[in-house]
Ligand binder design. Structure first.
Ligand SMILES: [Zn+2]
Length: 315
């Protein structure tokens, strides 16, 4: 492959922050951060500002949280205030006059892990981003799975408990109601109701205020009740991972997002439950379960690489 020292800009639009990076020669050489604005007009002008601050670039990629069409139109974005049906790609192309690619933020994270991260060179990969919710990016047979509309990989909304709690998508018992950061908080509040989360509750101030971070902290301290909650959380995560394995037969599952940075506290029980719940575990090679290479920069790095990999994904 010829040496490519072009500068690629990537922006990850989060619910509260936007992160812009310049990717060159296989690494991040510049970062720009902004608060995520409210409303469509401010969103576009903020993205343009970030690109201008990143300097001279060959192309621009943007990862946004929500359903993104193949033309780069953001259809639904429950975590962005005042933004829906926004033609992010077409509008940026008109202003910036360069190559612009737009995709779902978790798809971008998958592109990063698959092309330059933990799953480099692996043809069948599931990248699961455990954050506030759950995002997914799927690579099958060496190609990014986009679906008819570009909406594939909404794995957080696989229903795992049909009588479970209500989800933002309108269904009940979606995977992300149990196996995300929010899901961990929910499991903690359930445990507190049974009087089985004393240290966690102390850290949170009250049972109602329990969030994933309190359980994580108590678990890292070695609190037994917190470790029981983490174990039940790990089982929910593994349940979804085995469903995905039955669907796609991946060689590797990459776990990213905020929870991935907690290391073995989550990974060890997740692995144990995964082995236990896997279909015919003794009769098959097991997919490798690994932590992501990129932490919070995965979305921005993958966004930067989107235009470069367009020939792979646009099929
Ligand atoms: Zn849902």
């Amino acid at each position: 492959m010829p040496i490519d020292n072009r500068r690629f800009a990537g922006i990850d639009v989060g619910g509260t922050k936007c992160l812009g990076v310049v990717w060159q020669d296989g690494r991040i050489i510049r970062e720009v951060r902004r608060d995520t604005p409210q409303g469509a007009d401010d969103m576009i002008s903020t993205l343009v500002e970030i690109v201008r601050e990143l300097g001279d670039v060959h192309s621009v990629g943007v990862g946004v949280p929500g359903l993104v069409t193949r033309e780069g139109v953001l259809r639904a974005a429950p975590n962005l205030v005042g933004v829906s049906d926004l033609a992010v790609g077409p509008q940026l192309r008109e202003v910036l006059q360069c190559d612009v690619a737009v995709d779902n933020d978790a798809t971008c994270a998958a592109v990063a892990e698959w092309s330059v991260g933990a799953a480099r060179g692996v043809d069948d990969v599931v990248v699961v981003t455990l954050g506030t919710g759950i995002g997914g990016g799927l690579v099958s047979g060496g190609r990014l799975v986009r679906g008819t509309n570009g909406f594939a990989g909404e794995i957080g909304h696989m229903v795992v408990e049909s009588s479970g709690p209500q989800c933002v998508c309108g269904q009940r018992g979606c995977w992300e109601r149990y196996a995300s950061g929010n899901g961990l908080g929910y499991l903690g509040r359930l445990a507190a109701e049974q009087g089985a989360a004393k240290r966690v509750q102390e850290l949170a101030g009250s049972a109602e205020q329990i969030r994933g971070e309190h359980i994580r902290q108590a678990a890292l301290e070695g609190d037994n009740e917190a470790l029981v909650i983490v174990d039940s959380f790990a089982r929910w995560v593994a349940l979804g991972l085995t469903n995905l394995t039955n669907l796609l037969d991946p060689a590797m599952i990459v776990i990213g997002g905020g929870l991935a940075s907690s290391g073995n506290v989550f990974l060890e029980p997740m692995r144990r439950w995964f082995e236990e719940l896997l279909y015919s575990p003794q009769l098959r090679p097991h997919p490798q379960l690994v932590m992501a290479t990129f932490a919070e920069q995965a979305g921005a790095v993958g966004a930067a690489l989107l235009p470069k990999f367009a020939h792979i994904s646009d099929t």
